[in-house]
Write a protein that binds this ligand. Structure first.
Ligand SMILES: *Cc1c(COP(=O)(O)O)cnc(C)c1O
Length: 423
């Protein structure tokens, strides 16, 4: 990589709650005031403007690290990659016709190494762990974030510990275990605090482990990964933003990160306008949508009481990055809406049948939201829209099986086949 400048372009980090500043070289991960603020990362955009030009970028290989100057790693030798990002931006012609939309695109993030967009944050998070010299990385999830962290930790040769809820199914844990993570089930719900997050915080303080779940307040470095989705969309559109970007929302990290990407590209003069961000949650866990509808203070989002949804990857009762997500929705003139289990599963079938993409319920909740918006007239036919499809259906084949009728069996004769084809 001859054109790499050593040292990162990070200028400073600042706590989103108390405003405390941190030097880029401090290695800070969580605010010392332990107020659950996120150490938002700011770059030297003036210096970056000279390095990150369309000309330079067009010569590089696609993927998350194509944008390395806008990621918080000092030395490229520390990068741990499995070839994440650089996914196709697909023109969804058949789906668009069905929905009456002329310019519908899909960012297919099912195609990542561990089959969800979480590889984008985790490649950055684990690279930073290597750079800072940690030996153990820790997650608090049974889902895609933990699977991705386990895979990158394996590639880096780091130990990975993941705290998961007691009820986590064996199927969900298989991917973590096969990547070699130490999986620990944690009992109980204490006064609404997620017991897995409690364990993550306490174990990291006690043993000097590296916390790396997919929410910013526990680790600001990984939170920089999802913005590469926006960079890829902008490049795919020939250095322009779409009118709308539709994102499935759990903790809010993906949506907030995406929005930061557009703001940074605008600051670098690479785009002239930014899209409106649409947050889609499940009706079974919609704290961000509720906060948007009730115009709540972003720092006082009320947790969801009893989360329950087919979109298991979006069941974050306390959206850790909800503050940044809520501001992104408002600043971008976007909107937020919730969809039912039926609408999510219907979107899963429509996407697979019309575009050949099999997504998990969490990953296709975005599309369910767009379908709802399009039918309610919230979007113009000629608007350009990017729907982010964030996780593969092969993560959870069981849920797709539910709506599937019994498969016919016949004797080996074309007459019998004809009978079946007619029915
Ligand atoms: C984690 C996840 C999301 C939501 O991302 P957040 O950053 O938690 O909002 C969406 N889709 C899939 C497939 C996920 O794994």
């Amino acid at each position: 990589m001859p054109d790499v400048k050593s040292g990162s372009f990070v200028k400073e980090m600042k706590c989103s709650r108390c405003g405390k500043y941190y030097e880029p070289t401090s290695g800070a991960i969580r605010c010392v005031n332990r107020d659950d603020g996120r150490l938002d990362i700011d770059y030297d955009y003036v210096a970056l403007g000279e390095v990150m030009t369309p000309d330079v970028l067009s010569k590089r290989k696609s993927g998350v690290w194509k944008y390395r100057e806008l990621l918080p790693i000092d030395d490229p030798a520390h990068i741990i990659t499995l070839g994440e990002g650089g996914v196709p931006l697909i023109s969804a012609r058949r789906l668009g016709e069905k929905l009456g939309l002329q310019r519908l695109l899909l960012l297919d993030d099912t195609r990542n190494p561990t089959a969800s967009f979480k590889d984008r944050p985790m490649t950055v998070g684990v690279s930073k762990a290597v750079e800072l010299g940690y030996e153990t990385v820790v997650s608090a999830s049974s889902g895609n974030a933990a699977a991705a962290l386990s895979a990158y930790a394996a590639k880096a040769g780091l130990r990975c510990v993941t705290f998961v809820p007691e009820m986590a199914s064996a199927g969900k844990l298989a991917q973590l275990i096969i990547y070699g993570a130490k999986v620990v089930r944690v009992r109980g719900l204490e006064h609404g605090e997620d017991p897995t997050v409690k364990m993550l915080k306490e174990a990291c303080d006690r043993y000097n482990w590296y916390p790396c779940p997919s929410f910013g307040p526990m680790n600001p470095y990984q939170a920089e990964g999802p913005k590469t989705m926006s960079f890829e969309i902008v490049e795919g559109l020939g250095w322009a933003s779409p009118d709308w970007v539709v994102v499935p929302v759990g903790s809010g990290g993906a949506l907030a990160g995406n929005w930061k990407g557009y703001r940074e590209f605008e600051q670098l003069g690479l785009i002239k306008s930014k899209p409106s961000m649409v947050a889609v949650q499940s009706t079974g866990c919609a704290p961000v949508v509720r906060a948007y509808e009730r115009n709540m203070d972003p720092l006082k989002i009320v947790p969801w009481e009893r989360p329950d949804s087919v979109a298991t990857g979006l069941m974050d009762p306390l959206p850790w990055d909800g503050d940044a997500a809520l501001r992104a929705i408002k600043d971008s003139n976007g909107t937020a809406l919730a969809v039912t289990n039926e609408e999510i599963l219907e979107a899963q079938r429509i996407l697979a049948k019309s575009e050949g993409i099999f997504a998990e319920p969490s990953g296709v909740t975005s599309l369910a939201g767009l379908i709802k918006l399009a039918t309610s007239g919230g979007i113009e036919r000629s608007d350009s829209i990017v729907v982010e499809i964030t996780g593969s259906g092969l993560k959870d084949p069981q849920v797709a099986m539910k709506g599937i009728p019994e498969v016919p069996v016949i004797d080996a004769s074309v007459e019998e086949l004809e009978r079946i084809l007619k029915s």
